[in-house]
Design a binder for this molecule. Structure first.
Ligand SMILES: Cc1cc2nc3c(=O)[nH]c(=O)nc-3n(C[C@H](O)[C@H](O)[C@H](O)COP(=O)(O)O)c2cc1C
Length: 175
């Protein structure tokens, strides 16, 4: 429980453009049950039909962030106490590892990597893409900075996406 007067813990959920993003409400629900306040940052492509943005805004009580704020505008979210990237695409994982910050989601990830904030990632990457050498190097590079990865998920029939595991990874990182 949050002590009186204590700032509630704030979780950034970064959503990329993968089909499984349609179920991101499950992660938000599970996080809220663990008393996280949640703000969603989505890649511009993820905003384009990959999940129900109105439902997620209603669930979190905050607008989804996808574009950079204008100079002089206040920061819309508090600083994060932890970050979950789910689903994480091949594209965003590789660009993040390479230090590219051309979307708000990537800029945020590059920045929080250097702050010591716990970060858990649930990749959603087809086996053929996961075999690409750049992807394997990206995982090694990000792991070396303390980023924690959930199990590989390629979207095969019957395969479950481990939404709650992301929260378990954060708990383990905090210990
Ligand atoms: C319907 C659909 C489903 C997709 N699913 C995935 C996926 O599961 N994993 C992935 O890495 N890319 C997937 N893609 C491709 C990404 O959307 C594409 O690489 C995009 O550039 C990712 O952008 P982002 O990383 O900025 O979200 C999918 C594309 C479409 C149209």
């Amino acid at each position: 429980m949050t002590e009186r007067g204590e700032k509630p813990p704030f979780l950034y959920v970064v959503v990329c453009a993968a089909g499984i993003a349609a179920d991101v409400g499950r992660l938000i629900n599970a996080a809220q049950e663990r008393e996280w306040h949640v703000g969603v940052i989505a890649t511009p492509l993820a905003m384009d039909g990959f999940f129900d943005t109105a439902a997620v805004e209603a669930q979190t009580g905050r607008p989804i962030r996808s574009a950079w704020r204008r100079p002089g505008d206040p920061r819309p979210f508090p600083e994060p106490d932890a970050v979950v990237v789910a689903p994480a695409t091949f594209n965003t994982i590789n660009k993040w590892a390479a230090g590219i910050a051309d979307t708000l989601a990537l800029g945020t990830l590059c920045e929080v990597s250097g702050l010591g904030v716990p970060i858990a990632v649930l990749p959603c990457v087809a086996d053929a893409l996961a075999a690409h050498p750049a992807y394997q190097e990206s995982l090694t590079r990000l792991r070396a900075t303390g980023v924690r990865f959930g199990p590989p998920y390629a979207g095969a029939d019957g395969e479950e996406f481990a939404w709650e595991e992301a929260l378990d990874l954060l708990d383990r990182a905090a210990r």
